[in-house]
Design a protein around this ligand. Structure first.
Ligand SMILES: [Zn+2]
Length: 129
């Protein structure tokens, strides 16, 4: 069988998906911008751009504890940013809304509630157990 070099149907399909998920895509981009802002703020806090490190030992200990929390927040923000970027890439390539486990479509309600979900509710439930 000869492979076709032009795939108009697939492209058409993708554009329909794009239109269907346009709102979710916009929402994801807004989330991404907010997370980037938050991450910048966290990074500035850790680097003590605004507040110099306290010299007093007990206060310094508190400061270090705060840094650990900030590190954690920074890491979770970075993870979230990666998930959002992947979701946007999936929308653009027409792969969005497909469960990574079973290949079934993820319900739109779930995608609206959790735009970067990559598993359907059934598989996500199983994964949690
Ligand atoms: Zn599934």
């Amino acid at each position: 069988m000869q492979a076709l070099s032009v795939t108009p149907f697939k492209e058409k399909g993708n554009s329909i998906i794009m239109k269907e998920y346009k709102e979710i895509r916009n929402h994801l981009i807004a989330m991404l911008e907010e997370l980037n802002l938050r991450l910048t703020r966290i990074t500035n806090d850790v680097r003590h751009v605004d507040a110099p490190l306290e010299k007093d030992f007990s206060e310094q200990a508190t400061q270090n504890e705060n840094n650990e929390v900030m590190d954690y927040l920074g890491n979770s923000a970075r993870t979230e940013i990666e998930m959002i970027k992947q979701a946007i890439a999936k929308i653009d390539s027409g792969q969005y809304g497909i469960c990574q486990q079973c290949g079934e479509p993820i319900s739109k309600n779930r995608l609206i509630a959790m735009p970067y979900a990559d598993m359907c509710i059934k598989c996500a439930g199983k994964a949690e157990r």
